[in-house]
Ligand binder design. Sequence first.
Ligand SMILES: *Cc1c(COP(=O)(O)O)cnc(C)c1O
Length: 354
Amino acid sequence: MSRPVVRRDLADLPAYVPGARSPVGAAAFKLSSNENPYPPLPAVVAAIMDAAEDVNRYPDMFATELTEAIGASLGVDPAGVVVGTGSVAVLGHVLTAFCEPGDEVVVPWRSFEAYPIAVALAGAVGVRVPVGEDGRLDLVAMAAAVTERTRVVLVCTPNNPTGPAVRADELEEFLVAVPEHVLVVLDEAYVEFVRDADAADGLATFAANPNVVLLRTFSKAYGLAGLRVGYAVARPRLAAGIRLASTPFGVSHLAQHAALASLRARDQLLARVDAIVAERTRMLAGLRGQGWTVPDSEANFVWLALGDHATTFAERCARAGVVVRPFAGDGVRVSVGEPEATDILLEVAADWLR
Ligand SMILES: *Cc1c(COP(=O)(O)O)cnc(C)c1O
């Protein structure tokens, strides 16, 4: 019998496990997907409602106004800004644009679970380099993992799910060690939450290194996870290639206008980020005060390296009213959200040690 066959290697892809949703009707705090706990600002909702009037039309394929606004807000050439339906999609387009079948992509691990999937879908081969016990990327080992086949290196900073950001000095050394034809992708999904003065400055790094591409998103600090909009910042020549690999009309009219309104309300939104960072400090101090060893977090989550106990700990949290994200056999990631949720988490964590 002859029939269509799905690409065989798809069966071997790791599944993307979304953070559990709160059970319908149950009063639970969702700390499982690194979402922003604040609802959209009224001005952002108004922009979405206005844009709704035009959804019989295709969106602006080039998201002209948005790429210009992003370029202006970062001080970069808008010709180098490529938007997509979340930075996860943009990462896929970057890999499609740069990798040929069998090319290697160096990825830290454990890191963002979308990486191995995106790499395999692009037909490339992922080369995993272990993240240290302290939750930090090992950039020396990552540079050493580069071979003649390497086209791209993914640098997640801060690293999801462990939390630390890459330091400026180590990134500089890394970029000296990596050949200039290898694309270095700095995934800065959480850049707005970074407070460490020694952390690498992505924009300055991008300005100084033509092989660096930044990935950023409106999903986390800007609270638009549900509308799917993220972007890459690259040299215009590379951005043109990424655009060729992108889904036409990917970013909806609603998403473009919500993102524009969010950029206009940036100060208000960044004040919310400050509040989340303060809550992160309280969560980390609370856990460490109880005796937990927790990596520094420069993002909106903290990492508990619970190993084989990850799932059990997550179950206890759920029973107490907070949904967290277990990575079986490895650890638990807890997003920073409402203060009440932190209180519950700290109670469960204290009980766990008793
Ligand atoms: C959340 C996240 C993203 C962004 O996802 P979107 O597709 O923009 O919602 C990208 N990279 C990392 C490491 C993340 O954690």
